[in-house]
Design a protein around this ligand. Sequence first.
Ligand code: MG
Length: 152
Amino acid sequence: MITPEMIHLAYLQVRPSGKPWEEVSQDAKAHYEKMAVSLNEQHEETYCSEQEYVGEVLRTCVATGFDERFLLGVMGLAGESGEVVDLAKKSRFQGHSIDTDKVKDELGDVMWYLALLCHTFGFSLEEIRQANVAKMHRRYPNGFEVERSVNR
Ligand SMILES: [Mg+2]
């Protein structure tokens, strides 16, 4: 089943006009719905479950034991996040265009270390996502508000 969120995600992958989603015509949205169907079919062919992904992380992890994996995880997470920041720095201050393939690659590296840390602490990525959503709903029930941010 194709959801409105899946159609919106298809749009975000292309975004040819740069228009906000609310201003996209119904004809264009029908096009993005077809894209979402196609992407969903591709997704089913290449889907990697969390269990499979963590298995790949552990297969390629050099650290063993809680202390080593915790240290590798936090250092790697900071380092790979820094690589994403570096792409932003080069774009803002050094005249580089943003290389979306590189951003995607570095976000994958961030995810590798995040998955390692979750596994090391016995959390699932899904559990972390759900807890974060619950926190956002508690903190910002009506979307982000400066008042709630300042007076937490
Ligand atoms: Mg990297």
